[in-house]
Design a protein around this ligand. Structure first.
Ligand code: SAH
Ligand code: F3S
Length: 443
């Protein structure tokens, strides 16, 4: 069958890892099929939905979206609908039972098999279903995304062994698998030769990364960071997300030794109450979390911290929530991803009695987010008159000498420079802030 000029469309929900997965799907299809990508689902013959199940209403959202696509399929029976991602792993064949017009179900670890699955569907005219967890195969078959900037992300590990009591990820993404060190270094070296200056390492728990090379040498996350830092053209390194439990002294020493690691860290705490942390099966105390941050601040006094919070976890009293608010201001978090607890099917926490009213949950979330917003604004204020390292990634206005770039703490800054400094890291003194953008002067 000649599939020339036929198009695929991908819709993505969820985290950065899902976004990255969608890039892999796109590249795999471009390389192994005749289909080309479109951003307009009306012209696509393959409609792909990459789903997320981290919070509530994932299923409803999925079937709602599928309902819309069903209308397209009613008009054109050649349309293939494929559902992948975390909801696919969680619900499996139940999706096809409820939405009979779905043709393909693929998992978080089988997305690279999509070209074969599509071929099978077209040739055998049968539904295709594969949500298995083949170890390493995904990493080995990853066709790297293209990029057009000076900063990019790459995965270093997948999955999670932590089994926090509220979280669906270990069930949908599988057990932890670390990508071989050589692969990662090779990949980053290639990227650096193409102009990439900043690399963000991706994984559910990057700091539980571990691998052994062919000489039986063990590598931990800290060692991996040290190896990446040796690549000369890579000037900035970030990672997301690390876990407080594996945030050991080795990692603190990396911050001390390697300026390339940015002075900004996302370290999810979830709650400021030890009682709730225990119920969440987060194996650290608030005091241990504080100690990590204090140690980090001794080697990086200006480091800024962001975090994830869950409010309204079963059993969270006013006093537990107060503890959370105390840690919010004590650490002076710069930013947060904060959510109302949502019972996820099959997780241990879903069996706990949810005794907090939705009104109370919403109030708590609002209080927390309001406080963090105040802190973000205070951090912004502190940045005025400070000197920042900016990775210059764009012309602010085309064909002028105004450029824009990002700080280590992810703020956008515009400034003037007579030279073309695109792709360089420059020192800029911040002089002003208008709306969400800082203005600076090169020094
Ligand atoms: N290890 C990953 C976790 C991914 S989940 C990381 O730290 O980024 C991302 C965030 O979603 C979690 O940190 C948590 O705050 C939130 N989350 C996970 N399960 C949730 C649930 N059942 N209800 C509400 N928020 C949840
Ligand atoms: Fe989820 Fe906890 Fe792992 S939040 S991804 S089970 S560290």
């Amino acid at each position: 069958m000649n599939t020339h000029n036929k198009k695929f469309y991908i819709k993505t929900w969820g985290c950065q890892i899902n976004e990255y997965d969608s890039l892999i799907i796109a590249n795999t299809l471009k390389k192994n099929t005749y289909y080309i990508q479109t951003n307009n689902f009306f012209e696509a013959e393959i409609l792909i939905l990459n789903t997320c199940s981290i919070r509530e209403k994932a299923q409803e959202k999925l079937f709602h979206q599928l309902g819309r696509w069903k209308h397209l399929k009613n008009k054109n029976n050649n349309i293939i609908i494929a559902v992948g991602g975390c909801v696919a792993n969680q619900e499996g064949s139940k999706i096809i039972k409820r939405a009979k017009f779905v043709d393909i179900i693929f998992g978080t670890q089988t997305l690279h098999r999509l070209p074969e699955m599509i071929e099978k569907k077209i040739k055998k005219k049968k539904k295709v279903f594969d949500i298995s967890f083949p170890k390493m195969e995904k990493f080995q078959n990853m066709i790297q995304p293209e990029y057009n900037n000076y900063a990019t992300s790459i995965p270093i590990m997948e999955g999670c062994n932590k089994y926090c009591s509220f979280c669906i990820v270990p069930y949908t993404r599988g057990r932890e698998i670390s990508r071989p060190l050589n692969d990662i270094i090779k990949h980053i070296t290639i990227l650096s030769k193409k102009g990439i200056k900043e690399i963000q390492l991706l994984g559910q728990n990057v700091n539980s990364y571990k691998t052994i090379d062919i000489n039986n040498k063990k590598y931990t996350f800290s060692k991996l960071l040290r190896e990446i830092a040796k690549i000369p053209a890579i000037e900035r390194i970030r990672f997301i997300t690390s876990h407080p439990m594996d945030f050991n002294d080795d990692l603190i020493h990396v911050y001390q030794d390697i300026p390339k690691i940015v002075s900004f860290l996302h370290l999810p705490i979830q709650s400021g109450s030890n009682k709730i942390l225990k119920l969440m099966k987060r194996p650290y105390s608030v005091e241990q979390y504080k100690t990590i941050i204090e140690k980090l601040k001794t080697v990086r006094p200006n480091i800024q911290i962001s975090s994830d919070f869950i409010v309204g976890f079963p059993g969270e009293t006013d006093s537990d929530f107060e503890d959370t608010m105390n840690i919010v201001s004590y650490i002076n978090f710069d930013m947060s991803f904060s959510f109302i607890y949502s019972a996820r099917p099959g997780t241990p926490a879903s069996k706990l009695k949810d005794n907090i009213s939705i009104i109370q949950k919403k109030q708590r979330l609002q209080i927390l987010q309001k406080q963090i917003k105040i802190q973000t604004l205070n951090w912004n204020k502190k940045m005025i008159h400070s000197t920042q390292n900016i990775l210059v990634n764009n012309h602010w206005k085309e064909k002028t000498h105004y450029f824009s770039g990002t700080t280590e703490n992810n703020r956008t800054v515009i400034f003037y420079n007579i030279h073309n400094v695109l792709g360089k890291i420059v020192k800029v003194k911040i002089v002003n802030k208008k709306n969400n953008i800082f203005e600076g002067i090169c020094i």
